[in-house]
Design a protein around this ligand. Structure first.
Ligand code: NAP
Length: 256
């Protein structure tokens, strides 16, 4: 595992804040960054999951409950971590697979409030300390759904397209500041994502039938690599697919 060699020489470990760290990509990223020399602040709504993660990681981790759709929670989180150097904006997900003409307003509102507004709110709240660190990194987990569309994906793809637009805009608006803005856009990753989306573990398992999807650890390793590059190098975007995936809608499944 790499070390945060691009951080200013300091007796203390740099701090990374990870939203949506109670499962999947966020939890794996917390473990990977802690192993790479960061102190990690893990946040999400399910506190018992966060506490189990802290117990696993040890002294390098602490947990703070934060629902990114709550302005109060996000403000309190940023106030509690005044020296963050890295922010991993990962909280998010999909709900449902309804066609656009049958969309469920509550599901779409939640997807937009989490993946777009929650992300922008978190970035805004942490901007002062990320910049003040002198070597800030903001990593946003978008998706292949942030760059391509597919039938039944209208709510999620529109939210992730918006998130990708926020990231691109931020990178240009912050030019000249000591902050790197990094987008990580995965294809299929085997986490709780599909169970949350479809509300059913059996249906979720079928999403990966005949496929070897990426793992949360695969994405965590890529994120760790991206944030440990030297300060002159921005990994603007990483598109990460399983070998059996060619686009948001094209996969090659093994026949059983
Ligand atoms: P996951 O296992 O379902 O994790 C989602 C995380 O987001 C959980 O920790 C959840 O924690 C958190 N979260 C959801 N709503 C939140 C809210 N309002 N406030 C704070 N945290 C919230 O799925 P995952 O695959 O690791 O997803 C992580 C990110 O990767 C998401 O942005 C997802 O869209 C993206 N992604 C996933 C895939 C994939 O195939 N798995 C592909 C591309 C992109 P709590 O429920 O405890 O709050």
């Amino acid at each position: 595992m790499t070390t945060p060699m691009d951080t200013p020489a300091s007796a203390t470990r740099p701090t990374a804040v990870i939203t949506g760290a109670s499962s999947g990509i966020g939890a794996a990223t917390a473990k990977a960054l802690a192993a790479a020399g960061f102190d990690v602040v893990v946040t999400a709504r399910r506190v018992e999951r966060l506490e189990a993660l802290v117990a696993e990681i040890g002294d390098a981790a602490r947990a703070i409950r934060c629902d990114v759709t709550s302005p109060e929670d996000v403000a309190a989180l940023a106030a509690a971590v005044p020296h963050a150097e890295v922010l991993i904006g990962n909280a998010g997900g999909a709900l449902g697979v309804d066609p656009v003409l049958e969309f469920d307003e509550d599901q779409w509102r939640t997807m937009w409030e989490t993946n777009v507004l929650g992300l922008a709110r978190t970035v805004r709240a942490f901007a002062p300390q990320i910049e003040a660190s002198g070597n800030g990194r903001i990593v946003v987990i978008t998706s292949v759904a942030g760059h391509q569309t597919y039938p039944g994906g209208g709510g999620y793809t529109s939210a992730k397209h918006a998130a990708a637009a926020v990231v691109d805009t931020l990178r240009v608006e912050w030019l000249g500041k000591p902050v790197r803005v990094i987008e990580v856009a995965p294809g299929m990753v085997d986490t709780e994502f599909s169970t949350v989306r479809l509300g059913d573990e059996e249906k979720a398992a079928a999403v990966y039938d005949g496929l070897d999807p990426l793992t949360a650890d695969d994405i965590a390793e890529a994120i760790t690599w991206a944030v440990t590059r030297p300060p002159h190098m921005t990994v603007a975007r990483l598109d990460l697919f399983p070998r059996q995936q060619g686009s948001a809608r094209d996969v090659s499944r093994r026949q059983s």
